[in-house]
Design a protein around this ligand. Structure first.
Ligand code: AMP
Ligand code: ZN
Length: 135
């Protein structure tokens, strides 16, 4: 499945050029054009969908092994794998993509806010029951 309006579907087709790193029947990977650090790359399913939950399981299986391969090829010692879903969650391109972002030093690479909430065992316990029942 692909979308005519989607920039990443156009990259997969070759209608928009990219610095391609990997291609198989289900996966495509290329360098991010506005990198946060040297080696910043994107790994995407060929199946078009905006969010992780829109992609069939069989189209997801190869994504992390390819991200791992690129991480190894980049020589990154420290790195982040990031996958954003939705505008408020920092997603700008509505075709699922996993970022592989080397973290060579404090300044370059990904910066994260991590606003932790207080540990609440009662809330965690009821949430745990709710989620288990739905999975
Ligand atoms: P996100 O904010 O998770 O949706 O990230 C979208 C990413 O796609 C950004 O890091 C952009 O730099 C990258 N990007 C957008 N257009 C292109 C393009 N034509 N080629 C390579 N990377 C792109
Ligand atoms: Zn697409």
């Amino acid at each position: 499945m692909s979308s005519a309006a989607c920039i990443f579907c156009k990259i997969i087709k070759g209608d928009i050029p990219s610095f391609k790193l990997f291609e198989s029947d289900k996966v495509f990977a290329f360098l991010d054009i506005q990198p946060l650090s040297r080696g910043h790359a994107l790994v995407i399913p060929k199946f078009h969908g905006a969010k992780l939950t829109d992609i069939p399981d069989e189209d997801l299986t190869e994504l992390l092994p390819v991200a791992k391969k690129i991480a190894q090829a980049s020589g990154a010692v420290d790195f982040n794998i990031l996958q954003n879903n939705g505008r408020i969650a920092h997603q700008e391109v509505d075709h699922v993509h996993f970022h592989m972002i080397p973290k060579p030093n404090e300044k370059e690479g990904m910066k994260i806010g991590w606003p932790t909430q207080a540990t609440d065992m009662d809330k965690l316990k009821s949430l745990h029951e709710e989620l288990k029942a739905k999975m």
